[in-house]
Design a protein around this ligand. Structure first.
Ligand code: 13P
Ligand code: SF4
Length: 361
């Protein structure tokens, strides 16, 4: 049964912190806590390992712990389950912590797109399906079964290069921005990157458009990163012409084109860290990470790209109360909020993830 969450929701953060530390000490090496960079500080500080999606998925695959608690979102905990041993247990502290972008593609719609594309050309011969890691496990399995692959924001270019060595076109889902930004960076003309509107027959494309395309992008996006606008960069540059701009590739094409640097959360951290004292950065990514950078590097000037707070509200659902609830249940011998991918789906998804690991540097 387990201890109910109700007992934890009224605890304050200080009470939670003391009890989290105590429960972690009891569980010792049987437990590992992974924390994504967008987690709030009061959760992030309890992570044994922090990182971007690629780094944390590698960490999950290497971990020997019995319990892998993923302070992140649902697809990340799924990846931890897929890559860990069958006897290891992946846990997401709040089951409602999903990724709205990942939810924009589902198996039924992707299979329909594959069917529609197969009417125009032999999809399995001409198209490599490629999914951003921000996607459900069954979509990763779809890629596994169709000769396709997974990518993250760190390795998207290497993976895309690999995908083009397999077949002449790529169907990229669910994030149109990562797909477009990466394709253009590789030198693919914008005219050969088309958008598949999954609500329209044939994705709203003509047969000629499909035949001429190199990348067919799913019409998905991150609601957090789409808030950053090119005007925000123009405004900053007019005040600080010497300042640098760095954005996550989930931001729009226009924003990434105007940025000096584009990269994953880990890349953004490394760039800020490596910059000299007094460096000035405008950063286009989730607010918890940007605030942490401002705290960690007081000798640099950190500006947030949007005038409003762009927070990943689903990541934010992982709070100290839920983390403590999970930990005290484990101490009492109960597993709550396990994320379990069916063995059949996990097998296909693992194939696509392993292809990614082979090509990632
Ligand atoms: P990273 O892999 O760059 O951490 O990105 C994950 C994510 O969800 C960004 O929105
Ligand atoms: Fe998903 Fe966007 Fe949140 Fe990343 S920031 S987890 S892409 S909703």
């Amino acid at each position: 049964m387990g201890i109910s969450i109700e007992k934890f929701l009224s605890l304050n953060d200080v009470q939670c912190e003391e009890r989290i530390i105590a429960a972690k000490a009891i569980l010792g090496k049987r437990l590992v806590i992974l924390g994504h960079h967008y987690q709030r500080d009061d959760v992030f500080k309890h992570a044994d390992y922090t990182g971007d999606s690629l780094k944390l998925s590698r960490q999950a695959a290497q971990s020997k712990a019995d319990y892998i608690i993923f302070c992140g979102v649902h697809f990340m905990a799924e990846v931890a389950d897929i890559l860990s041993r069958p006897d290891q247990i992946a846990i997401l502290p709040d089951l409602t912590a999903g990724c709205s972008m990942a939810d924009m593609a589902d198996l039924q719609k992707v299979e329909q797109a594959w069917k529609d594309l197969s009417v125009v050309l032999n999809a399995d011969e001409h198209i490599t399906p490629m999914t951003y890691i921000n996607s459900a496990a069954d979509l990763k399995a779809f890629c596994g079964h169709h000769g396709g692959v997974v990518c993250t924001s760190t390795n998207a270019q290497h993976v895309l290069e690999w995908a083009f060595k397999q077949r002449d076109k790529v169907l990229f889902f669910p994030d149109q921005h990562l797909g477009r930004n990466t394709g253009v960076r590789m030198g693919i003309p914008l005219e050969q990157i088309v958008l598949w509107d999954f609500d329209k027959p044939n994705g709203g494309l003509t047969v000629e458009e499909i035949k001429a395309a190199k990348i067919i992008l799913w019409d998905g996006f991150c609601s957090v990163h789409q808030q950053f606008m090119p005007e925000h960069i123009d405004q900053y540059r007019s005040t600080y012409p010497e300042g640098k701009v760095i954005s996550h590739p989930e931001a729009s094409f226009e924003v990434c084109q105007k940025s000096d640097e584009v990269g994953s959360t880990e890349y953004i951290i490394n760039m800020v860290k490596a910059s000299p004292k007094g460096a000035r950065w405008l950063i286009g990514t989730e607010v918890n990470l940007v605030n942490r950078l401002a705290q960690d590097y007081p000798d640099k000037f950190i500006h947030y790209m949007a005038p409003i707070v762009c927070m990943c509200s689903t990541m934010y659902r992982i709070d100290p109360q839920h983390l403590l609830w999970i930990l005290e249940n484990l101490v009492a011998g109960h597993v709550v909020n396990q994320i379990k991918v069916s063995p059949q789906v996990a097998k296909g998804a693992r194939l696509a993830l392993e292809r990614m690991f082979k090509v990632s540097r």
